[in-house]
Design a binder for this molecule. Structure first.
Ligand code: SAM
Length: 231
């Protein structure tokens, strides 16, 4: 995409943010405090945060699972949308990220762990424990799963997301799907990486779900997400 078009996409993002996303001290603090504490600037954009949290409202979600907390920016969006209706369980492997996230969540007025629980550990270690708790009836299954962690494991997270879901109608959202398929050469002009995980093809063969990929432009240039609904 020519540079001037990317610039226009960013201008549209800024305009939308100005008119549809009111300033929020808790969310703004999450950004500034995360930066101050050395976290990378890889949280969802404000518009993405609003969009994914609106999906939980549309679906009346009561239990959201997030894989990849970082400084809790997207967790705050989810918590605000779910206020009084449900709970977010977020998984983060880095203890420093988790500490900053808990600090940011509390500053934003979110109760930890009652409204957002941030579990420390690698996704593939924590998810089987959640599965066992659901199996034993100690935890409710999830109705919205947001995957935003290490790309190499996204297919495994997706598989767990479907297994840990409440079943029919549950949603699994995979962030950065387009960026990763382009960077790893699955689509486009880059040389294909030897270990590239073709998430979209795998999901397409998965009879448990119906899915689509939406391309996006904006503050994060050209990207997009995969959204699957459990059948
Ligand atoms: C893109 S950031 C998450 C951004 C966050 N969802 C937001 O929008 O505010 C990815 C996070 O996943 C974490 N992560 C990386 N590998 C992980 C793993 N194996 N298990 C759990 N978290 C992981 C990273 O430490 C990082 O904090």
């Amino acid at each position: 995409m020519p540079l001037e078009h990317i610039d226009q996409c960013k201008a549209v993002d800024a305009y939308v943010k100005q008119h549809l996303i009111p300033a929020d001290k808790g969310l703004e603090n999450a950004h500034t405090n995360s930066t101050k504490n050395g976290l990378p600037m890889i949280a969802v954009s404000p518009i993405q945060g609003k969009f994914v949290s609106m999906l939980t409202t549309i679906g009346s979600a009561r239990n959201v699972l997030e894989i990849g907390t970082l400084g809790g920016y997207s967790s705050i969006w989810f918590a605000q949308a779910m206020k009084g209706r449900g709970k977010v369980t977020s998984i983060e492997v880095d203890p420093h990220h988790r500490d900053v996230a808990i600090d940011n969540l509390r500053t934003a007025g979110v109760q930890v762990p009652e409204e957002v629980d941030v579990l420390l550990g690698a996704g593939l270690d924590v998810l089987p424990k959640l599965a066992a708790e659901i199996e034993k009836g100690e935890r409710e299954p999830f109705d919205f799963v947001f995957i935003d962690a290490d790309w190499e494991n996204h297919w495994n997270y997706f598989d767990f997301g479907v297994k840990l879901s409440k079943g029919k109608g549950a949603l699994v959202y995979v962030d950065n799907t387009v960026q990763n398929m382009l960077e790893s050469g699955i689509v486009g002009t880059n040389e294909r990486e030897k270990d590239a995980v073709d998430l979209v093809a795998k999901v397409g063969r998965d009879d448990r779900v119906d899915a689509v990929v939406m391309q996006t432009v904006g503050a994060k240039s050209h990207d997009g997400f995969l959204l699957a609904v459990v059948k």
